[in-house]
Design a protein around this ligand. Structure first.
Ligand code: GAL
Ligand code: MG
Length: 985
């Protein structure tokens, strides 16, 4: 006999969003749930209607079967669907996982209402119990509940079968930019309630302390009994039942006899309002009583009192126009795919707090329920996004009536689940699905059901940021150029807040111009922030020997951003997929193991709660840039760095400063008269333990220059400078002489933005050097050379002069107009091996670039050469340090090579040539050279974000024409020290 659930072919029926599924709700119980996680019997069928075989393997729940050696592997596509069929069609080859296990139903559940909850299954779930069809669910990132009261018998066992069909009509609206998986990715449980139960609880709590709780009540046995009632308490203090509602079930004819409603209320005096800085939560318990007063059901919540509203073009939290320092976050894990643990999610949020974020967009689906509890507790403003993205067929689907129900279903279920979280301040209708009637229908539902929160949808607002009648209360563009945002805010046409739902694409070495974005946001009324794309690099840990994902066995096989030897972070194409979008899946501010990328330090500084506003004769002016808090939770230390002298440190006393205000404070020391260039940094840490940072955690490093560098003169010396007939400098510590370089290993932004293709066209990656002349004149040698590309020739001059203890190199390069936008103009040389430690005076310690240098203070820094390099998943330009004035590379035996620069310059010291980086597709393919590859750049192009969004701005481009720079090389070999590296190949 054909199974009725299969006969219906629900995987190609968008009208069918569920069957037999219970309504979503926000009642939070602490039931004696039976957790059904663990190993289930498992078969992977080739299609949903294929017959079940006799052989079972096993699969872990929760988990993606694509990471469990089942033969079906992860596949990464961005926009395009991984199969050719148009919506609602599916491919004939449609992996279908059948999960089965025995479930013991406790004997004392007799007379109870028994519910099965499946946390998440993608993309269609069919439920059978003892071969009886029980239900169907779609909506891969929300739980589905089924009433099993009539199909199981307490005291005996039942066989629960969960069939999960991978491809369906729903896949076409779950076409988010991420890995495709199959499986049950959140926990499964069985629990019991009284038949008389809380069907839903809705909490409304404003910053004035007013609390209102609406309960709906049902009785699974049929009509409600007379005399039931609810009670509640907040932090142990009883709430009042609303008079208007108190007899709601008994005699009030307005109410049906099967659906009860009751309202509780109170006003909390001196309430401690919730906001992302001080996320104050209160314990709420709501109880449903049987007529005899005994408790039939109870729901527990941690609630926050806060207001969210839009006033004019401002989004206000508790009346304050807060800046939204957000990030887009997927539920991701490099071993389990989509199943982060509670500890994982806490670690994500703790890291975000430490790096200055206060907001999360749950791109692009409702996240694990635990995420919202953590956001409530730790303090984040959440844009909660429905699981709708039809990117590949967006236009066809947005108005397709067959999908209408799915749109409303997905949005409404999200709202019904998450409405009681203070952290959720905005609902989002989904992502990249064009704009159609489906959206308007869903928007209508939300605005009716929850008028307390704004709604956003990029696809609606993008048609006209200034519109007032679409499905979005916020203009929430993605990757809009800063100038466009500012122009809109200044146009007089702005009607609603402008908060970018995605900006500053973090793929590879990126996030250039982040500080410029924020300078504009903070100075332009009407601009309020945005959400960086994105948190994670979604690399999956892969074994190189057999190409398989390592799965849960990979615990500990990574660290510091890199996979252990024999492994790598897989991206699109690495599992043999023919249709894929490569490394575009690696575009986060953290590596797959959550190691922060340097861009995070940039963000941390831009978001600094306390800043140095300037220097006045009364002292250093500090400003409090928070919205709700003083500075009392912070501690500070002054650090004075002198270019030519020992530094000074002293504790800083932070003033008592309300949000938005400034005050001048005196430095506890005098600036020494000598020592040259002087920088003052305020190292700000947590003064007390915070839930997300122990006492002493560094939060920001605001700084100011107190004295400019003095001009320096090198005294001429008599010793000769050795330059060969090719005009190449010879030096015992150099393995390759300094030559001109205009090229960098293209970053993802360079490649995807099309910039690198231009550089290749111009031949910048293989300039041909010809020496024109070598003129020797006493202690000075002048070398003229030409560097020919395919379209232009660069004239380059190096003047080598012997100076006290070293060689001064004055360089000049003249770029033809054809080379109007190059990666860099500078010097590259290679050192002998053994020089493994870099000390520098300049910006650091983190990697920084001209348009991403706000995070790195000027001072003396020191790191082993290995640690200077950032292991981006796809190798590219990496490891640069901005604003370097001088540096020393040294060996343990004190052999050292020192470089003094004429001005703060971009410098990089790595083990790789640009061509080494360009040739490798994954970090593990790189073979470090024994010496160092050193770049000193007169000019270096900004990073921008052109892999998806605006390129860097004009001021960070490297123009044609004449560039001049000078540097002095000093160094010597101590006995038995450094060996020259092989010069070439
Ligand atoms: C956006 C999209 C994201 C992601 C990003 C590029 O357009 O909403 O899901 O694809 O581009 O990484
Ligand atoms: Mg997309």
């Amino acid at each position: 006999m054909t199974d009725p659930l299969v006969a219906l072919r629900p995987w190609e029926a968008p009208e069918v969003t569920s069957w037999g599924r219970l309504p979503m709700n926000a009642a939070v119980r602490r039931p004696e749930a039976r957790c059904l996680d663990g190993d289930w019997r498992f078969q992977l069928l080739p299609a949903p209607d294929a017959p079940l075989g006799d052989v079972w393997s096993s699969s872990q729940v929760p988990g993606a079967w694509t990471l469990q050696d089942t033969g079906d592997l992860p596949q990464y596509t961005n926009v395009r669907m991984p199969f050719a069929q148009f919506p609602p069609g599916t491919p004939a080859a449609n992996p279908t996982g059948v999960y089965e296990r025995e479930v013991e139903v406790p004997g004392d559940w007799v007379g109870r209402r028994i519910v099965l909850q499946v946390g998440a299954a993608e993309s269609v779930l069919l439920v059978h119990v003892d071969e009886q069809p029980v239900g169907i669910s779609k909506d891969s990132h929300l739980a589905a509940e089924f009433d099993l009261t009539d199909v199981v018998r307490p005291g005996s066992g039942s066989v629960v079968r969960l069939t999960v069909v991978k491809w369906s009509d729903a896949s076409h609206i779950e076409d988010q930019d991420q890995w495709w998986h199959g499986g049950i990715t959140r926990s499964v449980m069985l629990y019991a309630t009284d038949p008389l139960h809380l069907a839903d609880v809705t909490v409304r709590a404003g910053r004035s302390g007013e609390l209102r709780i609406d309960c709906t009540v049902r009785d699974a046995r049929g009509a409600l009994p007379g005399g039931w009632h609810v009670s509640g308490d907040l932090e142990g203090l009883p709430l009042t039942q609303d008079a208007e509602f108190d007899r709601v079930n008994a005699e009030d004819e307005r109410v049906s006899d099967f659906l009860g409603e009751a309202r509780l209320h109170t006003t909390v005096a001196d309430v401690r309002a919730w906001n992302a800085e001080t996320p104050e939560l209160y314990d709420l318990a709501v109880r449903l009583h049987r007529p005899d007063g005994t408790v039939a059901d109870a729901s527990h919540h941690r609630i926050g009192f806060r207001d969210v509203e839009i006033a004019g073009r401002d989004l206000l939290i508790n009346g304050e126009r807060v800046f939204i320092r957000g990030v887009n976050r997927h539920d991701f894990h490099p071993l389990t795919g989509r199943t982060p643990s509670g500890d994982d999610m806490r670690a994500d949020l703790v890291l975000l707090k430490r790096f200055g974020f206060n907001a999360i967009r749950t791109s692009h689906y409702p996240n694990d329920p635990a995420l919202y509890d953590l956001a409530d507790e730790l303090g984040f403003y959440v844009v909660d996004e429905a699981d709708i993205e039809s990117h590949d067929h967006a236009h066809e689907i947005a108005d397709d009536p067959r999908y209408l129900n799915a749109f409303v279903d997905r949005v409404s279920r999200m709202v019904l689940r998450d409405k009681n979280h203070p952290s959720v301040v905005i609902w989002s209708l989904g992502n990249e699905s064009d704009y159609g009637a489906g959206h308007d229908a869903a928007a209508g539902w939300v605005r009716r059901h929850d008028p307390t929160r704004p709604l956003q949808y990029e696809g609606a607002a993008k048609l006209d940021w200034a519109a007032t009648d679409d499905a979005s209360d916020i203009a929430c563009p993605m990757y809009a150029p800063i100038e466009d945002c500012v122009a809109h805010a200044l146009s007089g046409r702005q009607t609603r807040p402008l908060i970018q739902c995605e900006y500053s694409h973090a793929m590879g070495n990126s996030n250039g111009t982040l500080a410029d974005h924020w300078a504009a946001i903070e100075s332009t009324p009407g601009l309020q922030g945005g959400f960086i794309w994105e948190f994670w690099d979604h690399g999956i840990l892969q074994r190189l020997s057999d190409g398989k994902p390592v799965g849960r066995a990979g615990t500990g096989l990574y660290g510091g951003g890199v996979a252990a030897p024999g492994h790598r972070w897989a991206y699109g194409g690495d599992f043999g997929e023919t249709i894929h979008d490569g490394a575009f899946i690696a575009d986060g501010v953290v590596f797959p193991d959550r190691t922060p990328k340097p861009a995070l330090y940039e963000h941390r500084e831009i978001a600094a709660p306390v800043r140095i506003e300037g220097v006045r004769h009364e002292g250093i002016v500090l400003g409090n840039h928070q919205h709700f808090r003083g500075l009392d939770w912070l501690a500070g230390q002054w650090e004075l760095s002198l270019a030519d002298g020992p530094g000074l440190t002293a504790p800083a006393r932070l003033p008592d400063l309300p949000p938005g205000e400034t005050a001048a404070v005196r430095l506890p020391f005098e600036l020494p008269r000598d020592g040259g260039e002087a920088w003052l940094t305020l190292r700000v840490t947590t003064a007390e333990d915070q839930p997300w940072a122990p006492r002493g955690t560094e939060l920001c490093l605001p700084r100011v220059r107190l004295r400019e560098a003095a001009a320096r003169e090198d005294s001429p010396a008599d010793q000769p400078v050795e330059v060969d007939d090719e005009g190449l400098l010879r030096h015992p510590l150099l393995a390759a002489a300094p030559t001109l370089c205009l090229w960098r290993a293209p970053t993802d932004n360079d490649e995807l933005g099309g910039i690198a293709a231009r550089w290749r066209d111009w031949g910048l990656d293989a300039l041909a050097r010809t020496v024109v002349s070598v003129r020797r004149d006493g202690g000075r040698t002048t070398v003229d050379a030409e560097y020919a590309g395919t379209t232009g020739v660069v004239r380059h001059r190096q003047v080598f002069t012997a100076v006290e203890g070293g060689i001064r190199v004055d360089e000049e390069a003249e770029l033809p107009d054809e080379f109007h936008d190059v990666a860099r103009v500078g010097t590259v040389f290679e050192t002998a091996s053994g020089l493994d430690l870099l000390e520098w005076f300049g910006q650091g310690p983190w990697e920084s670039y001209p348009d991403r240098s706000a995070g790195a203070p000027v001072g003396h820094h020191c790191l082993p050469v290995e640690e200077l390099f950032t292991p981006y998943l796809r190798p590219q330009e990496s490891g640069g340090r901005h604003g370097v004035r001088r540096f020393t590379l040294s060996a343990p035996d004190a052999t050292a090579l020192a470089v003094e620069l004429d001005a703060p310059r971009q410098v990089s010291v790595t083990r790789f040539r640009a061509e080494d980086l360009t040739a490798a597709a994954h970090h593990d393919e790189l073979v470090p050279r024994s010496g160092c590859v050193v770049h000193l750049d007169a000019a270096h192009r900004g990073l921008g974000t052109a892999s998806c969004g605006p390129d860097t701005s004009a001021s960070y481009l490297v123009p044609p024409g004449v560039h001049r720079w000078s540097w002095t090389l000093r160094g010597g070999r101590a006995a038995g020290g450094v060996t020259p590296a092989p010069a070439g190949d």
